[in-house]
Design a binder for this molecule. Structure first.
Ligand code: CP
Length: 335
């Protein structure tokens, strides 16, 4: 297996070794198309490990990965843990609630303390946008952004692209509609970047109250569409990504009632039927966790077109790929 993306300081391309500073994965914007391609191709190889009886590669033996989660997580934290373990790294989980941050320790003191133990990588989730970037300035370890506030979630975007490609083939020219609570979503920002990097057409759909400020200028600059009418967008979509309504980040009334939100922006049974009537091959994604009955009906979440569990499965493979490219260190090495 060769590495040309996210290497720990050097890369080999066509036999020539060049210096490169890529030590962290903080933003989807850090990745060129070539690098995304390499990560997804490696993920495909890693995915095969998932189907083996003995799910273990020796690749990261002797390396230590710390999952530092200051916000709740099921999918991201457990898949990074599984990914590290299947690559034979030692994996430690630290959560904000059980750590000395609950005694008032600062973020800097916590990460410096963990880093001083000699860890190789910090996988970090935090409620503050920019936290992973800040931490990367403090420590020598590789830092992976596992979700920072409403900013980014780059490994989610990679696993979403991997999952959609697996079902749809190349995303070049494909139309992906991302629907829902855009204001509070870090997934949308990373997905927009990665999907555009892979040549997909993207339309963001949300009620005006859940559109981030400055989105019109952003859409003109980065070449994506925005809309408020989900029923108008669905017939041309190859993939529909429903986003969770993040009630825990909402301090005011962003929509009148849950019922009205569902009527306007939920992927209901009727909308699932409209989607599949227009395009029988269209797929449905949701990064999870889902609010069933609010942004997505159970009929849609569990439909044959739903890739929700495929996304979870791909999460392990993609995170194995990311850890491999960051930590494996020696180019051209067989995994
Ligand atoms: N999609 C996602 O980040 O899920 P978790 O919060 O469960 O990690």
């Amino acid at each position: 297996m060769t590495t040309t993306a996210l290497t720990a300081g050097r890369t080999t391309t066509g036999g020539a070794t060049t210096a490169r500073p890529r030590r962290h994965l903080l933003s989807s914007a850090d990745l060129s198309r070539e690098q995304v391609r390499e990560l997804l191709d490696t993920a495909a190889e890693m995915h095969a490990v998932q189907k083996r009886e003995v799910k273990k590669l020796p690749t990261l033996r002797g390396r230590t990965v710390v999952n530092l989660f200051f916000e709740d997580s099921t999918r991201t934290r457990s898949s990074f843990e599984i990914a590290g373990k299947w690559l034979s790294a030692d994996v430690i989980n630290i959560s904000g609630k059980g750590s000395s941050t609950s005694k008032g320790e600062s973020l800097r003191d916590t990460v410096m303390t963990v880093a001083a133990m000699g860890v190789d990588a910090l996988v970090m989730r935090h409620s503050a946008s920019g936290a992973a970037h800040q931490v990367s300035q403090w420590v020598d370890a590789h830092v992976v952004n596992a979700g920072d506030g409403t900013h980014e979630h780059p490994t989610q975007a990679l696993l979403d692209a991997y999952t959609m490609e697996h079902r749809l083939g190349s995303l070049e020219g494909r139309h992906v509609a991302i629907v829902g609570d855009l204001t509070h979503s870090r997934v949308v920002r990373s997905n927009l970047i990665t999907l555009r990097t892979l040549g997909a057409k993207v339309t963001l759909v949300a009620p005006p109250t859940l559109m981030p400020s400055g989105i019109r200028a952003w859409s003109e600059r980065d070449g994506f569409a925005i809309g408020h009418d989900l029923d108008a967008v669905l017939p041309t979509a190859d993939a529909v990504m429903m986003l969770r309504v993040q009630r825990e980040r909402m301090s005011g009334g962003f929509f009148p009632t849950a019922r009205e939100y569902t009527v306007g922006y939920g992927l209901t049974r009727a909308r699932l039927d409209a989607l599949t009537a227009a395009n029988p091959d269209a797929v449905i994604c949701h990064p999870g966790p889902m609010n069933r009955g609010l942004e997505i009906a159970a009929d849609a979440a569990d439909a044959a077109q739903s890739l929700v569990l495929d996304q979870v499965s791909a999460g392990v493979a993609v995170r194995m790929s990311v850890l491999y490219h960051l930590l494996a260190g020696s180019e051209g090495e067989d995994a």
